[in-house]
Design a protein around this ligand. Structure first.
Ligand code: AMP
Length: 621
């Protein structure tokens, strides 16, 4: 397939906001793909060249990309930099400079998707001495064969500034549409994606072996599974009503109340463990391989878990053997380092508290009910609950009444846990989805908001006085609109940053600063500096309020609806609110284990707003 065909779609995506139209365009491209092309096109549409667990990322620095532009355009470094400054976007600069190029490459050949993808892959995979020159050479080779508009897309792709109009759900719908003419295959394709975290591989399989093969996909060790996520409810009573089974059509009158399982909510580092034979790997909630951080837990796992092939999940958390208490998140996170892991393992021993079984010796447990998964997990872990063990299984009780659930919650909080996660005994493991199979109830820091919120930094302010020393006075943050893949402003955070945090943030954010508001950001607030929406922080707030200045959950001019879907906008207090905002937001911590797309979504924010109303007895604010 010609790369120019894909470029047309990327250009359309940058213009169009209609998801329907983008889905259709992408499905038309898929229709002409071979299986191998389907894989590459899928990856390029996702903005990646390999699934996250392969650890191969492109992210080329602007400086290197500029060198390649220099070579191919015949311009000086100064001229390239000046054009970049003028345009504010390196892709646009490349387009202009290459259009001016007088001498065309002698043997210019039309770029194929395969060639572009393969060079991207080589750029990302090349490391070690002299690798920078090699990267520049590979990029220059592409640029010298590229039309100016192709060069623009190539440059944006390698520097990570391409506005990807096709989110994963759009690509999934497009795959379905290309095969069946409708979205009817989307759910099955998504299931396969959630189990493999590799949409490119799923697309290839679909085009090579058909839908049956995709439906037959089951978990496989070393292919990380997208984590199940928890819903929220406002009280123990609400949880029992929702999943306790008391009022259910079958379980009710005749069978008695079935209850739900309640586990402590451990505030550590979520880990998926994959084992086959003697190989053990750990994956983060972003599906990155993080085995190197936990050599002690890998050894303990081999000793304590009686399984040749297994995938299970739990929370790694700092533990004080002497006092039997868990350590705060910050201590656990000290393992997140490149060097000195062994010393840290001595200093802050971790425990891995398992709470899920997903696969065991050829059997897919994701489709079995929770009660069966847990029973098997307890059998496989030796010495669960025993003293001094490093691998444990989360203690659980069955709660049939709100009072029982509340008691377990209070006990959990008193031993230093964050709260509880209640689990539906009959539910399957809902990979990649936030469903009522799991419901969390957290100790409320503020007593007002039912949970903290994970927001994405979209810009920062220089600040005044002493704070200017650090170049950082406040952060402008956003929630994620997962339907339209947009980041929509929700809070300006001006307090709660220590000096050390400010210095750290200033340097992290400086690296992702951009000259103008990124295309996928919605905000009427203007920070001093815009940044790419990458960094996630957890914030606590007093409440969620309607806001005339923030656009989260506001009705959108662009691409769809917000608040109106839930009627929050209608029938509310005085006047028409434009959006929702966090009131008195305070930074709790950096969530570098979360990708921007894993931040709190706009829909969750709306739900939290509803929870807040309910817990205030339906009164208007
Ligand atoms: P949250 O990140 O606040 O949405 O809450 C869900 C997270 O709680 C999961 O992603 C896990 O990392 C964590 N967690 C802690 N303990 C448990 C547990 N027993 N069951 C499920 N998740 C848990």
């Amino acid at each position: 397939m010609k790369f120019s065909r894909l470029v047309l779609v990327f250009e359309e995506m940058e213009k169009k906001s209609s998801r329907l139209a983008i889905t259709h365009d992408v499905s038309e491209v898929f229709k002409t793909c071979s299986p191998k092309e389907a894989k590459r096109v899928t990856r390029l549409m996702e903005g990646i060249i390999a699934p996250p667990h392969e650890g191969i990322e492109l992210g080329m620095a602007d400086k290197l990309a500029m060198r390649a532009i220099e070579i191919v355009s015949g311009k000086s470094g100064k001229e390239v930099a000046a054009t970049y400054r003028k345009k504010g976007d390196l892709g646009d600069a490349a387009e202009e400079l290459l259009a001016q190029r007088r001498q065309h490459a002698l043997a210019k050949s039309e770029l194929s998707v395969e060639k572009v993808y393969d060079n991207f892959y080589k750029i990302a995979a090349s490391g070690g001495g002299g690798s920078q020159d090699h990267k520049v050479k590979l990029l220059a080779e592409l640029l010298s064969n590229a039309e100016p508009n192709e060069a623009k897309i190539i440059i944006r792709f390698v520097t990570g500034s391409l506005r990807l109009g096709a989110g994963e759900s759009t690509i999934i719908d497009a795959l379905s549409e290309s095969r069946s003419g409708s979205k009817e295959l989307s759910d099955e394709i998504e299931r396969a994606f959630n189990l493999t975290s590799d949409l490119g591989a799923v697309a290839e399989l679909l085009f090579e072996k058909g839908m049956q093969a995709v439906s037959a996909i089951k978990p496989k060790p070393f292919n990380p599974i997208k984590p199940a996520l928890a819903e929220r409810l406002e009280s123990a009573q609400a949880i029992i009503e929702k999943i306790g089974g008391g009022g259910g059509s079958e379980g009710g009158a005749a069978g008695g109340v079935r209850g739900c399982s309640v586990e402590g909510k451990f505030d550590g580092f979520r880990l998926a463990v994959h084992k086959k034979g003697s190989r053990v790997e750990f994956y983060s909630r972003r599906q990155e391989r993080v085995t190197h951080m936990f050599p002690d837990l890998a050894e303990a796992f081999k000793k304590q878990v009686a399984a040749d092939e297994i995938i299970c999940e739990g929370e790694a958390i700092g533990f004080n053997d002497a006092t039997g208490t868990f350590l705060p998140f910050q201590d656990t996170m000290q393992r997140k380092r490149k060097h000195g892991v062994a010393e840290k393992a001595e200093e802050i021993p971790l425990k891995l508290v398992l709470f899920e079984l997903l696969y065991f010796d050829g059997v897919d447990y994701t489709q079995k009910p929770y009660r069966e998964r847990r029973e098997k997990l307890l059998k496989l872990v030796k010495n669960a609950g025993g003293k001094g063990n490093r691998i444990d299984v989360a203690p659980a009780v069955i709660a049939k009444t709100a009072a029982q659930l509340q008691r377990f919650f209070d006990e959990s909080v008193s031993t230093g846990l964050e709260g509880i996660v209640a689990k539906d005994l009959e539910a399957e493991y809902t990979a990649g989805a936030r469903k009522f199979a799991w419901i969390k109830l957290k100790k409320s820091y503020s007593e007002k908001l039912a949970d903290t919120v994970d927001v994405v930094v979209i810009g920062y302010y220089y600040g005044k006085g002493k704070r200017t020393e650090f170049g950082l006075g406040g952060l402008l943050t956003a929630v994620y609109d997962d339907k339209h893949q947009r980041f929509r402003s929700v809070a300006k955070i001006g307090t709660g940053l220590s000096e050390a945090q400010m210095t750290e943030f200033a340097s992290t954010l400086g690296k992702i600063a951009v000259k103008k508001k990124p295309d996928d950001v919605d905000s009427v607030m203007e920070p001093d500096v815009w940044v790419k929406p990458r960094v996630v922080i957890e914030v606590n707030a007093d409440e969620i309020t309607r806001s005339p200045i923030h656009v989260a959950a506001a009705e959108k001019g662009k691409g769809g609806k917000g608040v109106d879907e839930t009627n929050i906008g209608a029938g509310g207090g005085e006047g028409e609110a434009e959006g929702l905002a966090l009131r008195f937001p305070r930074l709790v911590r950096l969530r570098d284990d979360k990708a921007a797309e894993q931040a709190t979504t706009e829909r969750e924010l709306i739900k939290l707003f509803e929870l807040q109303r309910k817990s205030r007895g339906q009164s208007s604010e």
